[in-house]
Ligand binder design. Structure first.
Ligand code: DGT
Ligand code: CA
Ligand code: ZN
Length: 580
């Protein structure tokens, strides 16, 4: 079994839940603490869990005894832990959720349950409204109000759409579990996750199998499932503990797989267009497949066949938004060489312990090499970025020496000497031109003073673009999805100037940034702006952000030749230097 099916986060969550349930049961603190410590140990591991489990080395880790090691091994190798399942079965299923409310731990939840029979968030809300909670020892009128506030907060957080970066890894792990379950012929993610939307409401999975039963069970019993919301003959919906994410799985006969996958991938707007085109050809396209006017069913073996039926090019999921892809596909003008993750040769934008990153230069180099990357641009913050440990000019020389050492020590991957230099309020860059000209990769970004008006901010960025030593404009709009609006900026003018000056524009792959967004990527490519996909890494694991930058590039119809870091290192550097 693929160890990724039960990742470290899920294991830690299961161990923490066991600790909570033991406390609820009134066990001594010593026993429950062992599980919390185990969870900490697992999360703190730098090595992969797979080999540790396979070689029976788990219990050699401090803090993990033989009994705990055995339970974790069972979870990793079978996807279940009987001890946890039995413990969980002793309580109403909603109790664990109650303990996730702000200010409610095992002691209070235990009292609410034993004294008032409260076993779910809804029941607790009702008990507070009926003023029954204040009658309990240790609770009062004030705590009722506070609990109600906490419930509202908790529900609001749950109602929010999730970042793709949080949902995708969880979705992929569950997809693997579905794939590995008995009788599965094909399986895929669907919905907004497959289209790589910036945020998603839930995860959709579509699978084919002659007998859906065991496949639906595989999801219902997956570790990390907080509640099974519904289970029928062909569909199962669950809510996960992690991020309160809902997952819908549909299992169909394989002959219906392609059309169902297409339907549940969406978007709805894209479907509506296709349905209209089907109609003109005497074909009825629906959730149930493609039917002729006489009611007979057209066999559709895969999604490509569906588009072929409509005399159009295949449309990749990331483009299915009805913003021109249908017309382009009919006219055979859809790009067939959209950039892929495999095309990307090197990662742009990485921080290390030299500024506000968590891993050393050598650790980052090794991690990049493991991912098959040929180069990584090291771009620490500059002097003005005091909050982020920005480098003084003197530091640069010493860092270059270390980069040279690492480049010798880790063959096969090359660290490029760069900087993420602050764009000051005036539009000047934070280092002197004489310093900038010695760097291989110069990214310039706005980090402070977001509150300028549109005209001031536009002038600030345009001035920066005029600097002859600038190569790349970093996270150009400064937005943080769901938490910070982009600063006001005339994007059209910025992209035009970037095209004019030959400055590349970053597609930042950090899931909360995705900056520039897909819509601007499309504008940029139309204007002939050169792009880079970046990971904005502050730790090893962030190198994976490249996938989100590539997804954004694809959603913006960017082709391989639009993205400079699809080039080998030497040609990439030459392209950066070829300013206009
Ligand atoms: P989300 O979940 O809000 O992030 O976005 P989606 O696109 O994943 O939406 P979801 O999960 O409600 O439905 C998945 C796909 O199923 C959707 O993209 C298209 C299809 N679908 C759902 N409801 C309808 C509908 O009423 N009409 C049509 N034509 N398609 C639908
Ligand atoms: Ca969805
Ligand atoms: Zn930055």
């Amino acid at each position: 079994m693929n160890p990724a099916i039960v990742d470290k986060n899920t294991i830690a969550q299961v161990l923490r839940d066991i600790s909570l349930l033991l406390q609820l049961q009134g066990e001594n603190a010593f026993r429950s603490r062992a599980y919390d410590q185990g969870a900490d140990r697992i999360l703190g591991l730098t090595q992969d869990l797979g080999p540790l489990v396979a070689e029976g080395r788990l219990e050699s880790l401090p803090g993990i005894g033989p009994a705990l090691a055995e339970k974790i091994t069972e979870l990793v190798t079978t996807g279940r832990m009987r001890y946890f399942d039995e413990l969980r079965a002793k309580f109403p299923p909603g109790l664990l959720e109650l303990m996730r409310l702000p200010d409610l731990g095992p002691r209070k939840v235990g009292a609410l349950w034993r004294e008032l029979g409260v076993g779910s968030v809804d029941a607790l809300e009702q008990a507070c409204r009926e003023q029954r909670v204040r009658q309990l020892k240790g609770f009062g009128e004030k705590s009722e109000a506070k609990i109600l506030e906490g419930i509202a907060l908790y529900r609001r957080a749950r109602g929010e759409r999730k970042l793709l970066g949080d949902a995708l890894p969880v979705a992929e792990a569950l997809l693997e579990r579905v794939r590995a379950s008995p009788g599965v012929v094909r399986a895929s993610l669907g919905g907004s996750v497959r289209r790589r939307a910036e945020t998603v409401a839930d995860v959709d999975i579509i699978a084919s199998a002659a007998d859906p039963g065991p496949v639906l069970d595989a999801l219902a019993t997956a570790p990390g499932v907080a509640a099974v919301l519904g289970k029928g003959d062909s569909k199962c919906s669950v809510r996960l503990t992690e991020g309160d994410l809902q997952v819908d799985l549909r299992v169909l006969p394989d002959e219906d797989f392609a059309t169902a996958l297409h339907h549940f991938t969406g978007s709805k707007a894209h479907h509506i267009r296709l349905r209209g085109m089907g109609h003109e050809r005497g074909l009825k396209i629906s959730e149930w497949g493609v039917h002729r006017d006489d009611g007979s069913k057209v066999s559709v073996k895969d999604e490509a066949a569906l588009y072929a039926l409509l005399d159009m090019q295949y449309v990749p999921p990331e483009l299915r938004e009805d913003n021109g892809e249908v017309e382009a596909a009919l006219a055979s003008q859809l790009p067939t060489d959209l950039v892929t993750l495999e095309d990307v040769q090197g990662a742009v934008h990485a921080h290390t312990t030299w500024s506000d990153g968590r891993n050393s230069l050598e650790e980052m180099a090794r991690a990049a090499k493991e991912l098959g990357l040929k180069y990584l641009t090291i771009t620490e913050h500059s002097e003005a970025a005091i909050y982020a440990g920005g480098l003084k000019v003197d530091d640069l020389q010493r860092q270059w020496e270390e980069i040279d050492r690492v480049n010798e020590a880790v063959p096969g991957v090359r660290l490029l000497k760069g900087i993420e230099v602050d764009i000051l309020e005036s539009g000047a860059l934070d280092y002197d031109d004489r310093v900038l000209e010695r760097l291989e990769v110069v990214i310039a970004s706005v980090h402070v003073r977001h509150s300028m008006d549109e005209e001031q901010m536009t002038q600030r960025v345009l001035t920066a673009l005029d600097n002859p030593f600038l190569h790349i404009l970093g996270h150009p709009t400064g937005r943080l999805i769901q938490s910070r609006e982009p600063y006001p900026l005339r994007m059209e003018a910025v992209l035009e100037r970037a095209a004019e000056r030959g400055v590349a524009v970053e597609i930042n792959g950090k899931p909360a940034r995705l900056d520039i967004k897909a819509e601007y990527v499309r504008k940029a490519t139309r204007l002939g702006v050169r792009l880079v996909v970046s990971c904005d890494a502050h730790r090893r694991e962030d190198l994976g952000n490249l996938a989100f930058a590539v997804a954004t590039a694809r959603r913006g119809w960017a082709r391989r030749q639009d993205v400079l870091n699809t080039l080998p290192a030497d040609r990439f550097l030459a392209a950066l230097r070829a300013r206009r």
